[in-house]
Design a binder for this molecule. Structure first.
Ligand code: 4AD
Ligand code: MG
Length: 440
């Protein structure tokens, strides 16, 4: 940018250093972006933001010089600056500290920042690349990063190995209608809806595997809980049945909730989730069979019968008053995917469960024991209208050392939406993909 650098080269401090013990009186070298700016008389007030926080900066014309001061008077919101300044205690400043600039340099003064309050949601989505600088989004994605870390740490403790399955695939695994079809050099291809079938293959040599990959759903549903691209955590465990799998899901949900509450309390608070609510989360989560859920819903006046899918309204009714997640288990065969194991005790149902988040947020995990009988798999594939030839490789897994196993998929943004009490799932991902939008 124009002008000679006024801040000489050298290592920089971060904003949080201004609030440290013994910081008052120290000289700091800071750089970042302007959150707000105003000036009156010969003094300019800036609020400077970097990745560690924000601090009030004052710059006096007679200290920083006429040239730099004139430039500071014209900075826009989100201008980038570098400065040297002395930390002072000031009870009027946010956090009780301010930095009094001794040298100040505008890196980029910027154009008028187009984002302010009361703009339409559509406009804000068009400007998502700038909107994500907001405090709420910064807090959200820090919690998300912590959640991902906590999930990986949990899986590490449980000796589950991370795998990297493909996202470009030759067969739709969760039902063709909701797969994004692509032209793969003249042959049909699909964006992955689930890594499950690949994880099942990887299970045989590794026994306990997981993947954290994007999944894609070509669902035109405009709901506050559907994205067309979401981050999918999928786990597959050998020698495990449904009950043990649900214990695992429960432990994972509790432990990652505690970790997030421990590590990101400020961000949770800012977003409207008191951290103690996550800290207090404990198992066991109630387990309700689908048949029991139907009963309960009928008592509440829902016109449901065996075979009715549980939609948003039904899931909401089951959990609206709950503080703890709820498992609904043993769904009718016809409602669920081809790979789910038929229940022995109740053969009209499968060994499957959905975990519903409390407070009406709906399904966050889909889990099941997997069918090991090859004929039943073929029968179920045909019943769902799939072409068994496309699944030949998967059927091979039932031909060589087939074992009982089970797994689940967790929608990371779904979990986060509940944790952060977000109205819409799109707020849990920086660049949301929905039926009406895949830009920016
Ligand atoms: O219940 P689903 O469809 O299950 C599967 O795909 C299994 N093959 C997973 C497995 O067992 N490995 O999806 C799993 C989870 C859901 O519970 C939900 O949390 C999330 O993925 N999910 C979505 N999240 C956001 N937007 C969507 N459109 C989603 N569809 C599913
Ligand atoms: Mg599901």
């Amino acid at each position: 940018m124009a002008g000679v650098p006024i801040v000489p080269p050298g290592p920089f401090d971060t904003v949080e250093a201004a609030f440290g013990e013994g910081a008052v009186g120290r000289s700091l070298r800071l750089r970042g972006w302007v959150l707000r700016a105003r000036s009156s008389g010969g003094i300019a007030f800036l609020v400077l933001r970097d990745r560690t926080g924000s601090v009030q900066v004052t710059a006096k014309r007679d200290v920083v010089g006429d040239g730099p001061f004139a430039r500071v008077e014209h900075v826009q919101v989100e201008a980038s600056v570098r400065l040297v300044g002395t930390v002072a205690a000031d009870p009027r400043a946010p956090g009780g500290r301010e930095v009094r600039a001794t040298a100040l340099e505008i890196v980029h003064a910027g154009e008028p920042f187009p984002i302010f309050s009361d703009q339409t949601e559509e406009f804000r989505l068009d400007k998502r690349h700038l909107v994500i600088r907001s405090q709420e989004h910064v807090a959200t994605f820090r919690v998300k990063a912590e959640l991902l870390r906590a999930l990986r740490e949990f899986l590490e403790r449980e000796s589950v190995l991370e795998m990297t399955p493909p996202v470009l695939t030759g067969n739709p695994a969760e039902g063709g209608a909701e797969a994004f079809a692509i032209d793969y050099f003249g042959r049909p291809g699909y964006l992955s809806q689930t890594a499950q079938l690949y994880l099942e293959a990887l299970l045989f040599p590794n026994e306990r595997v997981y993947a954290l990959t994007p999944s894609f759903r070509a669902e035109k549903s405009r709901t506050p809980r559907h994205l067309t691209e979401y981050l999918h955590l999928e786990v597959e465990l050998a020698w495990v049945g449904l009950a043990d799998l649900l214990d695992f899901v429960e432990r994972m949900t509790v432990e990652v909730s505690h970790a997030v509450a421990e590590r990101r309390p400020k961000e949770l608070q800012l977003l409207g989730r008191p951290p103690q609510e996550l800290r207090e989360l404990e198992g066991p989560f109630p387990r309700l069979t689908y048949r029991q859920a139907i009963e309960r819903l009928r008592d509440q006046g829902f016109p449901v019968e065996f075979g009715t899918d549980l939609g948003t309204a039904e899931e909401r009714a089951l959990t609206l008053e709950a503080r703890t997640p709820l498992f609904v288990t043993h769904f009718p065969v016809g409602l669920k995917a081809f790979y789910m194991l038929r229940s022995v005790d109740d053969p009209e149902t499968v060994e499957a469960a959905d975990l519903l988040a409390p407070e009406g947020y709906g399904e966050i995990v889909g889990a099941s024991a997997r069918e090991t009988d090859i004929d039943r798999l073929l029968e179920r594939l045909r019943a769902t209208g799939a072409k068994p030839e496309e699944y030949e490789w998967y059927l091979d897994l039932r031909r060589h050392g087939s074992i009982p196993h089970a797994g689940f998929g967790l929608g990371v943004e779904r979990l986060l939406r509940w944790m952060l009490r977000r109205e819409h799932i799109r707020e849990t991902t920086p660049f949301p993909r929905t039926p009406s939008r895949h830009t920016p």
